[in-house]
Design a protein around this ligand. Sequence first.
Ligand code: F6R
Length: 579
Amino acid sequence: MCGIFGYTGTGRAPEIVLEGLKRLEYRGYDSFGIAVPGTPVQVIKKQGRISDAGQCTYSLHGTVAIGHTRWATHGVPSDVNAHPHQDCTGKIAVVHNGIIENYAVLKRELMGRGHVFTSETDTEVIAHLLEESYNGDLLGAVETILPRLEGSYALLVIAEGDRRIIAARQHSPLVIGIGDGAMFAASDMTPVLEHTRRMIVLEDGDVASLTPDTLEIFNGGNPRKRDEEIVQWSVEDVRKGGFPHFMIKEIFEQPDVFSAAIRALRSEELPTRLLNAGQVVLVACGTSYHAALVFKYLLEEQCRIPARVEYASEFRYFTPPIEGLVIGITQSGETADTLMALRMAALHNCSTLAITNVMGSSVSRIADHTILMHAGPEISVAATKSFIAELAVFLHLIDAIREGGCAARLDHAHRAIDEALLLDLSSAVKCCIPAQDIFFVGRGPYYPIALEGALKMKEISYIHAEGYAAGEIKHGPFALLSEATPVVALCPPGDTYGVMVSNIREMKARGTPLIILGEGGDRDLEEIADVFIPLPGADSVAGLLSATVILQLLAYHTADALGRDIDKPRNLAKSVTVE
Ligand code: F6R
């Protein structure tokens, strides 16, 4: 959701923080702000995008700064609601990611004691609470007020004339970067990678005090030592590398991501025995949920292991009777719903396994076991390469369970992704551009691929798109089909081919423009389709991967032709750390 970044060192802090916030903008982009601890504390903050802000820091000076890029939760996007927030005296400034759930009670109390609030945010209560506790010892003041906060937070705090940054974390990610005569604190690793690969991931309850040369960490008032990690991601991973958008860069990285994931998994010992522990429950959100659905189909069909898939947001509150293994799938490792679902699973005495892309993320602290998907940092708000990496993990797990690793199958999949990237989709894109609604249909494991295709289309092009199990279309949605409603049909060879062709013909009879993905050379499909797209690897599991890539590209090029802001879709942000 929001992104926070702090720097203390010897360089020009406002500019360093400004650049760092640009890297974090994918976490939220409706307003931003920076504060430096001069006398008094100086703050600039504005509604709008930091990437459009130019050199807005010219009035700020110093070697310490904290900053924030916002995804609004409490209060509309505006200059006053932008962070940093300050107390009544202007001596303290705070940036915050998360939600203070009891802020309304605290605000009433504080106003009763004469505090004047300037914003509608939950965060401002923190600044006023600090004002009451601060007597020159900023660390002590933060430690005093934290027990009063309910909810989630990653906080950075500075005070007038103090060169320290105080950082605190509870249920919201916060990493510390250790540089050469400089310290960094950030919501995730991306802005820190420019400066250092030495990172420490703070744990819940940690409070840290940062100076250019020292880092002290406390938890419950006691000093704590946290392990330093050398992050393998490179700074190139967080740059566009000549592509116009992160999304298309990440789509094109997928052949490498798939191979890298498989290579890494081959050298790890995977907890496959857990999957044989009776029923498997998969919990996830959004794109990761669709990947989980693919896994369910493959696990049941190829390993005869029963699996159910639940939206993490539902599972947490409506937990079904469960036993055995619960797997949480989350690219970011920070999605609040998935974290809560895994906590719930642990309360029901289930074993828990996390599949995530981010080393040291919150999910890996909650789950009994973690498998990393090795996709590299995903910056685009619309997830692409993490989906392919999740499928790589699942295919590898299935091979491991069947004890017959099938390298050829995985090489074939890699080739199919490569070939999909080379296809000309211009006719299909032309068909989608004028549409107000598009249906995506498939059967079996292609059904979740259709769901994912529809999600990609709607989130970046803003064309309403629905994914359907092809057989369900005639139970209602048929009423919506017309010459203006394209259907994208996933129709590989196999058991359901015949019935899919019947479904497609029924749609054709309603005048619906048909974009069909099927095996190259299928004359029947070519004849029915308005646009036929040959599906690389259609006769094997590789077709699932190539179909995914084709639908990502279809969404991307449609959105691009419509002039959408692809890397920053309306109302969205990466990493949903609130419920
Ligand atoms: C869609 C998208 C979201 C995420 C969802 C879960 O393109 O990115 O639907 O997939 O928010 O995120 P993770 O996998 O980080 O838990």
